[in-house]
Write a new protein. Structure first.
Lengths: 557, 195
């Protein structure tokens, strides 16, 4: 790997600015998002794709296999299509049946593998897969668009563009499990692999292939219905279909439970932004790429709708922001010296946070050569930083706490609304949930996501200690602080490891945590359905597997 | 015997230890230690289940730290072991000390030897050489040159003892909170999904 000197002229944006939920909740996809880095890698390595199995009956029930064949390995999506009554269709994690279920297989499955998976994958959490599988997932149809597309194609007509635009996908995934869950291969199985070693690339590959399956199945149903009259979907329309996803609270604790990984992702993005900001000028070519991607962002926000009271004003502001930005750029903003740094500085006061973060992602677009090499840094060995250094003195620990957690020490957690929530795992579905501390039972089972409050408690305990005491001795007497001490030692060299908010506050919005993570996946069109539940679109406008080789590289998002 | 992944051993052991009263930070060590042992073909889940069986609440405050607490304390000061070997008091489960020091060897890229009654081991980064059997014993830990050459860990899923796994799962369920109508309503979209 090339070692590139980091720019000295532009500092990374500080954690105090970046690690706030309002900003994380305004995150946008970028060149570094996992979907985009995955498709870049698949294209560069000339991966081939086929569908060796398609066994589907006239009700659309059956199974199919989609393969991604690379220079060293092959991965196969094994898809099962079911006949789901409408009354059972639910995106909630408590659902027990779905329109389609999937596993991503490590290699090419034999008939025995498919038989084994057919007994387990349709049951999802209630079944069991093996470490020959890398992910387990399921999807439901968008009933409205599905019926429309089947109807039109079966009559020999193309679906209505506006309807495709309004929904954006034929199916939405409602869970994509990986990393050793329900028997799937542990992360360590993938760690050394070139493409699948990157965070969430296995899950993103599964979702990309599910998108192909959703189109194949809708065409199959139209064919059954219309017979010879039926047509396939126009490739130009097909291209605009992404794959939906519906995500709830279950994903939120991830960013808190993986501080070193969160730091790696944020550091990569902030480093990329700083590198571009340090450029002394923007060539005409770079300006042209930026203008095209800005125009695409404007088009995207036009079709991005939400009925959620938090998102409605944010979308309105973003539309205005992008118009302002376009005008500013047309007036020659990129022709001056230090164009990107000046533009970011301008945005600090001229744009809303949605617009600021959209711009921060957009300025990376012309500079793949400068920033794409950061992708490998987004995987991190979490075991290496898990160890506590017990030979550190209490005085040093206290100093680190006061330096890195000053934000937490400013919070008074005593008022009821400052500790209104508690995070727990539900008995019903073994899923993370958020309870009302003062109204619901179970707070004694609280998960350690109350970081700011725990830091304040530790701070008080450390004040009672002799500064020369070793952390190991302190923790032997006070093991209840071990979790928080570990976080502080991790944060000491990883400035972006903590979300700098009170995560048990009455006003905390879990959708902000979801959005940050989903933007790193590459999601778009965030549509919150409540304060803890969001629908998104993935791979909208992305090439389909068969088109990847001839599509321009990474020019779709 | 159920076949489980390292991630499942880690998560279940962590929750089980917490369910048995270990503070979160020590419960996290329990999860990683069970995982480390299993990855080296040793009975990680089973060893932890044996430790947690029959105990009420955390060892801290009883005046007799358990193998988890002792192992953590030893590992926290592992960089000092090079100056002089350290011997623990007698403990039921030397395997948990081994796991903690093994993880330390991985993290610091150093080598350690451990000796207990009936066995000994050398751990270096991603490598373990072990002889003999585990029994109630004091454990002596010393630093050694990092020569490697032992058996590397395997990331594969593996079978675990039926009763021990069932015990861990049952302990882990102690930290689950029963659903209420409020919590169910709050977690979801609040809209139907036939759109």
């Amino acid at each position: 790997m090339k070692i590139r000197p980091e720019p000295t002229t532009v500092a990374l944006r500080p954690a105090s600015q970046v690690m706030r939920l309002a900003r994380m909740g305004s995150a946008h996809q970028s060149r570094l998002s996992f979907m985009r880095s995955l498709l870049r890698s698949l294209k560069r390595e000339n991966w081939r794709f086929d569908r060796p199995v398609w066994s589907m009956d006239s009700n659309g029930v059956g199974h199919a296999v989609y393969r991604a064949i690379g220079p060293r390995r092959t991965y196969s999506l094994v898809a099962f299509a079911h006949d789901l009554p409408d009354h059972m269709r639910s995106d909630r994690v408590i659902a027990t049946a779905w329109d389609a279920t999937f596993a991503l297989f490590d290699g090419t499955p034999t008939q025995d593998d498919i038989n084994r998976l057919s007994q387990n994958v349709p049951k999802q959490e209630a079944g069991r897969i093996s470490d020959r599988e890398l992910s387990l997932s399921r999807a439901n149809r968008s009933v409205r668009l599905w019926s429309h597309v089947v109807e039109r194609l079966s009559r020999g007509d193309q679906p209505d563009e506006d309807q495709i635009e309004a929904v954006g996908y034929l199916m939405r995934t409602t869970a994509v499990y990986g990393s050793g869950k329900f028997g799937a291969a542990d992360r360590a199985v993938l760690a050394g692999r070139t493409i699948m070693g990157a965070p969430f690339h296995a899950e993103m590959l599964a979702v990309w292939l599910i998108r192909s399956f959703s189109v194949d199945l809708v065409e199959h149903m139209a064919q059954i219905k219309g017979g010879e009259r039926a047509v396939r979907i126009d490739p130009a329309l097909r291209h605009r279909l992404g794959i939906g996803n519906s995500t709830g609270l279950g994903m939120a604790p991830f960013l808190v439970n993986h501080p070193a990984l969160l730091n790696a992702w944020m550091t990569a993005r902030e480093t990329a932004i700083a590198r571009v900001r340090a450029l002394p000028n923007a060539t005409q070519e770079a300006q042209e790429v930026f203008r095209r991607r800005l125009s695409r962002a404007q088009e995207n926000v036009t079709g991005w709708h939400s009925e959620h009271p938090v998102q409605i004003p944010k979308l309105k502001a973003l539309r205005t922001d992008l118009d302002l930005l376009a005008t500013h750029v047309e007036s020659g903003a990129l022709d001056q010296a230090d164009p990107w740094n000046t533009l970011i500085g301008w945005s600090d006061t001229a744009l809303s946070m949605e617009g600021q973060e959209q711009l921060a992602s957009l300025i990376l677009e012309p500079y793949g050569d400068l920033v794409d090499d950061l992708v490998p840094t987004m995987a991190t060995d979490e075991t290496a930083c898990f160890r506590i250094d017990g030979t550190m003195t209490v005085a040093t620990l206290r100093a680190l706490l006061k330096r890195d957690y000053a934000w937490a020490l400013q919070i008074d957690h005593v008022p009821a609304e400052r500790c209104a929530r508690f995070w727990y795992v539900s008995e019903e579905k073994l899923e993370p949930r958020l309870g009302q501390r003062h109204e619901e039972p179970g707070a004694e089972m609280e998960e350690p996501l109350d970081t700011s409050r725990a830091v304040c408690t530790l701070d008080a305990a450390l004040d009672a200690e002799d500064g020369a005491t070793l952390v190991a001795d302190f923790l032997l007497r006070h093991p209840e602080f071990r979790h928080t001490v570990r976080r502080i030692q991790i944060a000491a060299t990883r400035p972006y490891s903590e979300i700098r908010e009170n995560l048990i506050d009455a006003g905390m919005l879990p959708i902000d945590m979801l959005r940050c993570k989903l933007a790193f996946f590459g999601a778009s069109r965030f549509d919150p359905r409540s304060d803890r539940w969001v629908r998104i679109c993935l791979y909208r406008n992305a090439p389909f597997p068969g088109d990847l080789a001839n599509a321009p590289e990474d020019d779709w998002a | 015997m159920p076949v489980v992944t390292l991630a499942e051993i880690d998560a279940t052991a962590r929750k089980a230890a917490r369910g048995c009263g270990c503070p979160w930070g020590l419960a996290e060590e329990a999860g990683k230690s069970a995982r480390w042992l299993a990855s080296h073909g040793l009975p990680g889940a089973e060893t932890l289940a044996a430790l947690l069986q029959g105990r009420e609440g955390c060892c801290v405050g009883t005046g007799k730290p358990c193998a988890l607490a002792l192992g953590a304390a030893l590992a926290d000061r592992a960089t000092e072991i090079g100056n002089a070997p350290v011997t623990t008091e007698e403990i039921d489960t030397p395997m948990l000390i081994l796991a903690q020091i093994g993880r330390t060897a991985d993290a610091l890229d150093r080598g350690f030897t451990l000796e207990w009654e009936g066995g000994d081991a050398i751990v270096t980064r991603n490598s373990l050489t072990i002889k003999g059997h585990a029994t109630t014993s004091a454990v002596t830990c010393a630093e050694t040159v990092n020569i490697g050459g032992g058996t590397p860990p395997s990331p594969a899923a593996r079978p675990v003892g039926d009763t021990e796994w069932a015990a861990l799962v049952s302990f882990s369920h102690r930290i689950l909170v029963p659903a209420t109508e409020t919590s169910r309503a709050g977690a979801g979209a609040g809209t139907q999904d036939n759109d």
